[in-house]
Design a protein around this ligand. Structure first.
Ligand code: TNX
Length: 499
């Protein structure tokens, strides 16, 4: 009996989980407002038609067909499921109205329709076999808390292919993540083709350029442009990063003239940080930066160029400030807003730059003064958002310098109050970085990103008042079968009851 009891309890709860009905509030990240109307469920049948602007019609079909098993023909307008643009829903918001007679999705911009489609796909069963194709009745009014909801992928420590990046974009965009920051240069490798400096990639992206000497590779300009386009179709903006003045060993192996003594350093495949620096007093450094930033800006439609600026232990403080005084105006000259790790806030030239706060301290004087002078902040506190940290002592791969981060830790913070000394209005969003020292495959990436990235997505999208751990963990547990369906590897966190 003692043994039987827990077994009975487990069976009962598993059964009740799988029967848990999908409701308007089952969505990840939580919607801002939902008014259920139980009598108004819409049933999709073989005769259901859909209408949508071209920019989202394909996505809609992909979302609805597998969940229903029906063909759902597109009609020019007035379909049973009708997507259309209208004013009043903000840059990314939408209204979804579900009645017995049909479903209306309205948004001001295509990005809002896309977000509504992501919601809609979660309101349907995971697959045609998994339940009746019913959309729960009622109305959702949804919009983001923060305009910037990002994740970062480190291509420098280990290269990841365009195919892997596209699959990652598919998955992150389901949770309304709208920025993908690509860390393209570091001590171990350089991953983006620059015409004016070809050895950056022929040498810096060659075979063996990665932690442990495995991997290597780089994005051609065509690869990069293709990724920008693919991401844009999913309303994700690419943010390219070249980390400077530190984290530049691979560039210096390729071009020894970027060191002060002109001597090529040895190629590095270890995980240490903080030993390399560009030569701040050499003019060639700024010709190099001008070329790199110009070519990056030309192929990047998004507003930001990320210039790194972290862990510059080999650059004396005065040199760091002198360097930023030249670098920050170069970014603006090429028409972009400078974005960097929060250390760039030490520079009086930061102006309206974006600072990515990755610290664990609750107060940072140089961030406070940069914000007072016009800078904005993206919150990536490492003890909550670093996707490369282990979940617990048993996690294969990952690092642990910022502590273990289980799902509840990724969920348990507020971007508005995490960092003191700055007004809430200076925080424009959140980002979860994934450094790749220990990662090789897409499965490695997925395992560390999911489910924690979903916690960060909810912290960034959903209103503060909706944040609730018990609600989040129930919705997350119910999402498991969708990752299984999509072949996404994820951490079956013991904190979550997975269905
Ligand atoms: C710190 S966080 C770094 C990276 C490492 C990472 C590993 C930050 C701005 N810099 O160089 O890859 O730790 O977790």
């Amino acid at each position: 009996l003692v043994l039987a009891l827990p077994l009975v309890a487990t069976t009962a709860s598993a059964a009740s989980t799988s029967r848990m009905p999908i409701t308007l509030t089952s969505v990840l990240p939580a919607v801002a407002e939902a008014v259920p109307s139980p009598g108004d469920d819409f049933r999709i049948t073989g005769r259901t038609t859909v209408s949508a602007p071209d920019s989202v019609a394909g996505q809609l079909a992909d979302a609805l067909r597998p969940a229903t098993g029906f063909d759902l023909p597109l009609v020019p307008a007035g379909g049973d499921i009708d997507l259309a643009l209208e004013p009043g829903h903000g840059d990314e918001g939408y209204r979804l109205t579900v009645r017995k007679s049909g479903v209306d999705l309205r948004a001001t911009a295509p990005a809002g329709l896309f977000n509504g489609v992501q919601t809609l796909r979660q309101l349907l069963p995971a697959a045609a076999e998994a339940g009746a194709p019913i959309i729960p009745g009622g109305t959702i009014d949804d919009r983001p808390r923060y305009a910037y909801r990002g994740t970062m992928l480190d291509l420098a420590r280990h290269f990841h292919t365009p195919d892997e990046i596209r699959r990652y974009i598919d998955q992150i965009s389901r949770f309304k993540i709208n920025y993908l920051h690509l860390h393209l240069g570091d001590d171990q490798g350089w991953r983006i083709e620059i015409d004016a400096w070809p050895r950056l990639t022929t040498v810096g992206g060659g075979p063996g350029t990665g932690v442990g000497g495995d991997g290597g590779g780089f994005l051609t300009k065509d690869d990069y442009r293709g990724l920008v386009r693919y991401a844009a179709e999913r309303f994700v903006t690419i943010v390219p990063e070249i980390d400077m003045p530190g984290h530049v060993n691979a560039a210096q192996v390729a071009y020894p003239e970027l060191t002060c003594d002109g001597v090529a350093p040895r190629a590095r495949t270890d995980m240490r940080v903080g030993y390399s620096t560009l030569c701040v007093r050499a003019e060639i450094t700024y010709r190099f930066l001008d070329d790199v930033l110009r070519e990056l800006a030309e192929m990047t439609p998004g507003p930001y160029l990320h210039i790194g600026g972290d862990e510059t232990f080999a650059t004396p403080h005065g040199s760091y400030l002198a360097f930023q005084r030249r670098l920050l105006p170069l970014v603006r000259k090429h028409g972009k807003i400078p974005y960097g790790w929060h250390e760039i806030g030490q520079s009086p030239a930061a102006g309206d730059a974006r600072l990515q706060f990755w610290g664990r301290e609750r107060n940072n004087p140089s961030v406070t003064s940069a914000v007072a002078a016009g800078a904005k902040v993206i919150m990536s506190p490492s003890e909550h958002t670093y996707l490369d940290m282990k979940y617990d002592n048993f996690t294969p791969g990952g690092l642990d310098w910022a502590g273990a981060i289980e799902v509840s830790t990724a969920y348990g913070w507020d971007p508005a109050t995490q960092l003191g000394g700055i007004p809430e209005s200076s925080v424009i969003g959140v980002e979860a970085p994934l450094w790749s020292e220990t990662l090789r495959s897409l499965a490695d990436i997925e395992f560390l990103a999911f489910p924690r990235l979903v916690a960060i997505a909810e912290i960034g999208w959903s209103p503060r008042a909706t944040h609730d751990w018990d609600s989040f963990r129930a919705r997350l547990g119910a999402y498991g079968p969708r990752w299984v369906r999509d072949g996404v590897r994820f951490h079956r966190s013991p904190e979550i009851r997975w269905s």
